[in-house]
Write a protein that binds this ligand. Structure first.
Ligand SMILES: [Zn+2]
Length: 437
């Protein structure tokens, strides 16, 4: 019991430490530089960050002076996507913390009595009385989760004081949209929309004559697209709608690698040098489960160890997952070996970055289209309805393979295996081609 209390104090302390940083940011007087230009408070804070974080009990005055509006302003000022502090708590987490509860009606009880509900999640430890934060009935919503479909549209008649609590079909908790059937469809669809706009931003950097190189595109994609695509991933990764996210991530990888839509999807992670989405998700789930299993103090520990029996066949809870014995790179290597994709023999270890990653955009694109055997050859252009004939000037059907290995006009000495190495002669060959691959 005492240990539990200690843990709780510790976690509250940690959350407060993070917040105290934000508050210090907003409270910090702009100090002045030598030339009289005021230093932005953010800079001030980043200078301070290197010093060791003081335990809260050593600085009670700092804590005492916080008011509700200060907390709110500080939270508002923190941008999303920032790194966590020493306590590992992300700003998004603090922003999403609020007074939210999920009530489950006990079987066979009347819906209009609050005591007939089983609360799933209630007040967060940060939002307690010390902070003068009170429950806002207008911002509180109720959602009824029911296994019986006939009861799906049941409205809960809850009140806080005299204010009735609104009912919601799908409520957001810690950034996850929770729907009645826990299919997470709404959450994934909203996320897909967000990814689409972010992919468009990345695609804007890819002109063939001036576009960024693969390195820049990869870094921007990881920061802009993958950060969204993997937020709270252990929660939704086993949803049946998860594939919708993969569609967008494949688009991102097609942008990085400059490949066309007909490219086999297994090639995309290899060329972009990003572990395949499903393996990344598995890795995150594994990290989450290991973290919980190493901390018997966590309330989640018991939920995983002595979990309830599965009632719906269609559900795949996190404790159902089986993790491979090999490391993720090994798993990927095996998948690749047995994938049977075109030209798969070019790559022995998919983890290794392919050559030519830093080449100018038009060379990099042509190289990848050659590797994947999918590009603007007459044969494919004909298939897409963009040209009248699939034939090459030499009379044979013009596939990418024909251009590189067979055609007397364009043949590359050493074929695809040598072209793959992206050496000087490969670059000259691509530059001398009369058309773009
Ligand atoms: Zn030809």
């Amino acid at each position: 019991m005492r240990r539990m209390k200690m843990m709780r104090n510790l976690s509250t302390g940690l959350i407060l430490t993070t917040l105290s940083w934000f508050l210090m940011l907003s409270k910090a007087e702009p100090s002045t530089q030598a030339d009289g230009v005021p230093l932005h408070p953010w800079t001030f804070a980043s200078l301070q960050k290197n010093e060791s974080v003081q335990p809260l009990q050593d600085s009670p005055s700092l804590f005492d002076t916080f008011t509700k509006s200060e907390v709110d302003t500080a939270l508002k000022a923190v941008k999303n996507g920032k790194a966590a502090g020493a306590d590992g708590i992300l700003p998004e987490f603090l922003k999403n913390l609020g007074v939210k509860g999920i009530a489950i009606l006990k079987p066979g009880k009347a819906a209009n009595d609050a005591s007939n509900y089983r609360p799933v999640s209630l007040l967060s430890t940060v939002y307690n009385n010390n902070w003068y934060l009170t429950l806002n009935p207008n911002k509180t919503v109720a959602i009824a989760l029911h296994l019986n479909n006939r009861e799906a549209n049941r409205r809960l008649e809850l009140k806080i004081g005299d204010t009735p609590v609104a009912n919601s079909e799908c409520t957001r908790y810690l950034g996850i949209k929770i729907d009645r059937a826990l299919t997470l469809k709404d959450h994934i669809e909203a996320m897909k929309k967000k990814l689409k706009t972010r992919n468009n931003i990345i695609a804007k950097q890819t002109g063939t004559s001036w576009g960024s190189n693969a390195e820049v595109l990869r870094t921007s994609t990881l920061a802009l697209v993958y950060s969204v695509a993997e937020y709270c991933v252990p929660v939704w990764s086993r949803s049946a709608y998860c594939k919708k996210i993969d569609i967008e991530l494949n688009k991102s990888m097609r942008i990085i690698s400059g490949t066309v839509r007909t490219t086999q999807t297994q090639w995309l992670p290899v060329l972009s040098n990003i572990i395949p989405p499903e393996l990344r998700r598995l890795m995150k789930a594994y990290q989450e489960v290991t973290k919980v299993m190493n901390n018997p103090e966590l309330p989640l520990y018991n939920d995983i160890i002595s979990h309830p029996q599965k009632r719906l066949k269609s559900r795949h809870p996190i404790w159902d997952l089986t993790f491979p014995k090999e490391s993720i790179p090994e798993v990927w290597k095996n998948h690749w070996k047995h994938s049977g994709v075109q030209n798969s023999t070019l790559i022995t270890d998919p983890m290794m970055r392919v050559l030519g990653f830093n080449l100018p955009r038009h060379l990099w694109t042509a190289l990848n289209r050659a590797r994947t055997n999918q590009g603007r050859s007459k044969s494919l252009l004909y298939k897409w309805g963009m040209t009248n004939s699939p034939l090459c000037a030499c009379g044979a059907e013009q596939t990418i393979q024909h251009i590189i290995e067979e055609c007397p006009n364009t043949k590359f000495n050493g074929g695809i295996a040598r072209l793959h190495k992206a050496e000087e002669d490969a670059v000259t060959w691509i530059n001398n081609l009369e058309f773009r691959l």
